[in-house]
Design a protein around this ligand. Structure first.
Ligand code: AMP
Length: 157
């Protein structure tokens, strides 16, 4: 008789894991779990960070060049992403630095790269963030694949 549990195990092995990172120190466990799952499954590990466009309407007397701020944000994010990729032995082609709405970009890349597991952190939310929902929640509801939401300590934003 065929072992249906063995079959299930094979079905649940992932080929391409996507780690979504906000570079927060408190989400180190999310990073470690993503690496370890990818290693266990002998799967490709990709990493994504999304920069949300700044949309501050400033009507004061000092002109602020949002382009400069954006360029600096991109530069810093690029450095952090390269550093993380190096620590996790992720090749450049598997690093995604995107600009847009965080959950939308993560879902788009997951779809385009045929990701079968997205790994995100999940915080205990409170106040406004509870009302607006979290990135993990949005991804969980719209992902084309499995999502692993790893509980991380509460972060005050
Ligand atoms: P939050 O919605 O801030 O509670 O974030 C939950 C999780 O979503 C984080 O632990 C990350 O895994 C992911 N995430 C949040 N912001 C970003 C971002 N800008 N780029 C990529 N992933 C993110």
């Amino acid at each position: 008789m065929q072992n249906r549990f063995a079959e299930d195990t094979a079905m649940s092995s992932y080929t391409h894991v996507l780690l979504a990172t906000d570079f927060n120190e408190e989400t180190i466990e999310v990073v470690q779990r993503a690496r370890s799952i990818a290693d266990q499954n002998k799967s490709t590990l990709s990493v994504i960070h999304v920069i949300e466009p700044i949309s501050i309407a400033y009507a004061g007397e000092f002109p602020v060049d949002l382009g400069d701020i954006h360029r600096e944000l991109e530069k810093q994010a690029n450095l952090r992403l390269n550093q993380l990729a190096k620590e996790l032995s992720i090749p450049e082609a598997q690093c995604f630095l995107e600009i847009g709405l965080t959950e939308k970009e993560i879902l788009r890349v997951a779809d385009e790269e045929s990701i079968d597991l997205i790994v995100v952190g999940s915080h205990n939310k409170h106040g406004l963030s509870l009302l607006l929902g979290s990135t993990a929640n949005a991804i969980l509801h719209h992902a084309p694949c499995d999502v692993l939401a790893i509980r991380v300590p509460k972060i005050s934003k």
